[in-house]
Design a protein around this ligand. Structure first.
Ligand code: ATP
Ligand code: MG
Length: 326
């Protein structure tokens, strides 16, 4: 109460109170304080024998918890640098999440359609792709296809997607077109993984504004960190203007070569860039991972015993555990 005491010659006033309060440092953040207060209020209510209200509040709390638990997590795999392992990570992570019992949708948002062909679909033969949902407003239900992996479905890309970046510019809600499409199916999946294009254009902005989390694949080589600040700036612009609760889940190191001294140097530098945000599972550079897409297969269906397969399985487990710990 000491700050209510006026200094000599001053009457207590609102401005004095305000200045004094602004100097008070709370031991916990205000949001946490509100949470603690609400918990205390529930305890108070239960003590005051007002059981009915307590029961209703508990019910409401559990319903909200259930809704949050059952809403699929949407994860963007992004890096505007080309060839860093976005598609390899999207495909194999999705397959292993499904193999571990999760319901997964892989969205191919790259006009190169590599994730689509990497799972064995010939994109030239497809009638519809994610483009029709983004630009023509077609229901995503009509686009989604089953894959050979139980639990994994794909919203494929077709070559039309190359024009989407330009066509989206003049459409209403141009930054939220993917978000609107995915809302339709969000509850049907535990994870929705979006494979992004190698650019920071409207497709990537759509991917970020539809997502809860971002995973950044970083290739362990000399220029790996180049452009990273530009990517982080784009993410923070999306957080500031379009999706405030977008979170960077972490960076995953890809194509790591233990024999290459440079790989280790890049990794050390990266740990300084993203402290506590580098996945423990490191993806090695292996021929098997590079070969698998040419057979239209994920590494699980091409060579499940290979080092690359084990690394992606470990990454999938790590992501599931991060969610459990939340
Ligand atoms: P783009 O930006 O063009 O979409 P990308 O970031 O999606 O590229 P990928 O297509 O996944 O990158 O990988 C680029 C090339 O490197 C591909 O030929 C792929 O097979 C190969 N590759 C990816 N990861 C590995 C790895 N761990 N070991 C060996 N080769 C890999
Ligand atoms: Mg790709």
């Amino acid at each position: 109460m000491f700050f209510f005491v006026p200094r000599e010659g001053l009457e207590p006033s609102w401005s004095l109170l305000r200045t004094s309060l602004s100097r008070v440092r709370l031991p916990v953040p205000p949001s946490r304080l509100i949470y603690i207060c609400s918990k205390l209020y529930v305890i108070y209510l239960s003590l005051s024998k007002n059981y009915k209200i307590v029961r209703y509040l508990k019910l409401l709390y559990n319903v909200i918890r259930l809704i949050v638990l059952y809403m699929g997590k949407i994860i963007s795999i992004v890096n505007q640098k080309g060839g860093v392992g976005k598609t390899t990570t999207s495909v194999n992570l999705s397959v292993y999440l499904a193999e571990l019992g999760k319901r997964v949708l892989l969205v191919d948002l790259d006009p190169q359609a590599n994730a689509t062909s990497g799972l064995g679909f010939e994109h030239r033969n497809l009638e519809f792709g994610i483009y029709q949902s983004l630009v023509d407003g077609k229901s995503i239900h009509e686009i989604i296809k089953r894959t050979v992996q139980d639990g994994l479905k794909i919203a494929p890309a077709t070559l039309d997607l190359a024009g989407a970046g330009v066509e989206l510019v003049s459409l209403p809600d141009r930054e939220f077109r993917l978000s609107r499409s995915l809302e339709e199916v969000r509850e049907d999946f535990d994870y929705i993984i979006i494979d992004g294009p190698p650019s920071l254009g409207l497709l990537t902005v759509n991917s970020l504004s539809a997502s809860d989390e971002v995973i950044i694949p970083i290739q362990s080589e000399y220029y790996a960190l180049e452009g990273l600040s530009q990517l982080l700036e784009t993410i923070s612009l999306v957080q500031g203007n379009l999706k405030p609760n977008l979170n960077i889940m972490g960076a995953v190191i890809t194509m790591f070569d233990r024999r290459n001294k440079l790989s280790e140097a890049v990794m050390n530098e990266l740990y300084q860039y993203f402290p506590n945000r580098i996945f423990r599972s490191i993806i090695p550079r292996t021929v098997r991972l590079a070969e698998a897409p040419s057979y239209g297969r994920s590494i699980l269906h091409y060579d499940p015993k290979s080092k690359g397969a084990k690394a992606y399985k470990s990454l999938a487990k790590e992501i599931i555990n991060i969610e459990k710990e939340k």
